[in-house]
Design a protein around this ligand. Structure first.
Ligand code: ATP
Ligand code: MN
Ligand code: MN
Length: 305
């Protein structure tokens, strides 16, 4: 069992009372995952998933007719939402949504949400990010071992700055490296710091890494996307499903699990529970307890520009 399981909210009790329309609707053809199946999946892994999902502004990928059909990003509140879904004013014309608990998460399932993309800050202080994320996007003809090396390279550079980091599969093609932060610095400072890390990677190994998002520069290289660290930018949450074939899930890994055999879409609704059952320890042990901040120079560097 996991260390986290003891702190588990009472998932089963909460599931009753959340009504799903069209529970039999197939959302992922491959694997035959229905809307009810998605609700059951989240209820089952709630203790693992909720800490990553609650109390943050959310961008949502909605696919009312399933993963292979038309999907759209939804950033703001809309009509007909479950009363379990909350709203937060981020300064836009319309408020954004957030959730507080499993009922809110199941409210998202009811609304046809197949991907959950939180901000890197919480509603307690939306102007102070409490994490940074590096989104490794391999260009064509980049090998998986090169992607792994890229994630390890980010980890090593953050480590030199005193930051412990964690890795997850994206559920798509790449890896995400995440470091929790004590929310002290503002968005600009944090984004500038992450850009500096990636620009240094490109300077030191231009044949491997690129800091510019232009697709044409990616051939044979990894775009290490630091733009996820801007105010209002998002990245898919740990334990969110993806609206892609096979119902993949963005899954936290221990660093020593990275391997040739374990690709970005390895874990999915159909096998994640089994993974969690067999884990000896939380692969992100310590993630929510770390107190760490950007190196002192980060703020000064950013103000010079
Ligand atoms: P992959 O490993 O396949 O790259 P990914 O989730 O990292 O999966 P990206 O295309 O790299 O996918 O996007 C990174 C993040 O940028 C997404 O997780 C999402 O939060 C955000 N994003 C991407 N496209 C959009 C969009 N059209 N609207 C809003 N946010 C987006
Ligand atoms: Mn990516
Ligand atoms: Mn990206």
């Amino acid at each position: 069992g996991s260390g986290r399981a003891s702190a588990a909210p009472a998932a089963e009790a909460d599931l009753s009372g959340v009504r799903l329309t069209h529970p039999e609707r197939v959302l992922w053809e491959e694997g035959g995952v229905t809307k009810q199946g998605l609700a059951d999946f989240y209820a089952d892994i709630a203790a693992w998933a909720l800490p990553h999902l609650v109390n943050r502004p959310l961008s949502l990928v909605r696919c009312p007719n399933g993963a292979g059909k038309q999907c759209f990003f939804q950033k703001h509140r809309w009509e007909g939402l479950s009363p379990d879904i909350r709203f937060v004013d981020v300064g836009d014309a319309e408020p954004m949504t957030f959730i507080e608990d499993l009922r809110g998460l199941l409210g998202l399932v009811q609304a046809g949400v197949l991907e959950i993309h939180p901000w890197g800050s919480t509603i307690a202080d939306i102007e102070k990010p409490d994490r940074i994320i590096f989104d490794l996007d391999p260009g064509d003809d980049v090998s998986w071992s090169q992607v792994i090396d890229g994630a390890l390279e980010v980890r090593q550079r953050l480590g030199r700055d005193g930051l412990e980091s964690f890795v997850k599969t994206s559920g798509g093609k790449g890896l995400h490296v995440v470091a929790p932060l004590t929310p002290l610095a503002d968005w600009e400072t944090v984004k500038d710091y992450t850009r500096g890390v990636v620009e240094a990677m490109e300077t030191d190994a231009p044949s491997l890494y690129v800091a510019n998002m232009a697709k044409r520069l990616r051939k044979g290289r990894i775009f290490v996307d630091y733009l996820r660290n801007g105010r209002g930018a998002t990245a898919v949450a740990a334990f969110s499903t993806r609206a892609r074939d096979g119902a993949p899930v963005s899954t936290p890994l221990a660093w020593d699990e990275l391997s040739e055999a374990l690709k970005a879409d390895h874990f999915r609704i159909g096998n994640l529970r089994q993974r969690l059952d067999f884990l000896a320890a939380d692969p992100w042990d310590g993630f929510f307890d770390l107190r760490q901040t950007l190196p002192k120079a980060a703020g000064r560097k950013s103000r010079k520009k």
